[in-house]
Design a protein around this ligand. Structure first.
Ligand code: COA
Length: 179
């Protein structure tokens, strides 16, 4: 289960600065670092996560693309964008799997990973979706600040449990952007 960030709507004063980062497509050699970030967030075995991530990438009949935020010391965040065909919510491009290293949070990395993926999808489609557990207020604020709007609450998504909350579907209209 994803461990959410503590909700702090007032941005805490930065006690340090961090180096610049680049957002770029993940390379095959990044899978271990992505698995380690997942294990740092949720607990568990990075080796197992690495296997699951690679299997998920290969098993999906529709395209899935992983992007990483990279500093000189390595990968400090990642986010996925995938084309999904669901029964009860719209078929289309979805943002998912956003995660930033605990000690690199609140410096804008999550936002730039999300802006990058929005820009990427805007060259292919007129709309983009994202869903969240209603308890994940940090993630929800981030996506609302980039223009996502709530569509419906109480969704169900195969393989996802919205523990102690409800699933909320959000949509971003990309129709006004040039293709
Ligand atoms: C959600 C997450 C990816 C945000 O990454 P981040 O790099 O810290 O986010 P940013 O610094 O880019 O923040 C952008 C905006 O998001 C919102 N936000 C981010 N973290 C927040 C927090 N803890 N509380 C409240 N708002 C938050 C704020 O509006 C913030 O803007 P501000 O800092 O100017 O106030 C990160 O907290 C994380 O990895 N959480 C665990 C995994 C997760 O929940 N992923 C989302 C699943 S879809």
């Amino acid at each position: 289960m994803i461990k959410f960030s503590k909700y702090q709507p007032d941005r805490p004063a930065a006690s340090k600065s961090i180096d610049e980062w680049q957002v770029e497509p993940a390379q095959p050699g990044d899978m271990r670092a992505i698995a380690e970030l997942t294990a740092e967030r949720d607990g568990g075995d990075p080796v197992l996560y690495e296997r699951l991530i690679v299997e998920k990438q290969n098993a999906s009949p529709d395209p899935t693309h992983l992007f990483v935020a990279r500093q000189h010391e390595g990968v400090v965040g990642y986010g996925r964008v995938s084309f999904n065909r669901y029964e009860s919510i719209p078929t289309g491009w979805y943002l998912a799997g956003l995660s930033v290293a605990t000690d690199k949070r609140r410096f804008g990395i999550g936002r730039s990973l999300t802006e990058h993926r929005i820009e990427w999808v805007s060259r292919k489609a007129d709309e983009l979706f994202y869903f969240a557990n209603s308890r994940n207020l940090a993630s929800i604020d981030l996506h609302l600040s980039l223009g996502f709007r709530e569509i419906v609450r109480g969704i169900s998504v195969p393989g996802i449990t919205f523990r102690d909350g409800v699933g909320i579907l959000y949509r971003l209209d990309l129709g006004t952007k040039s293709k």
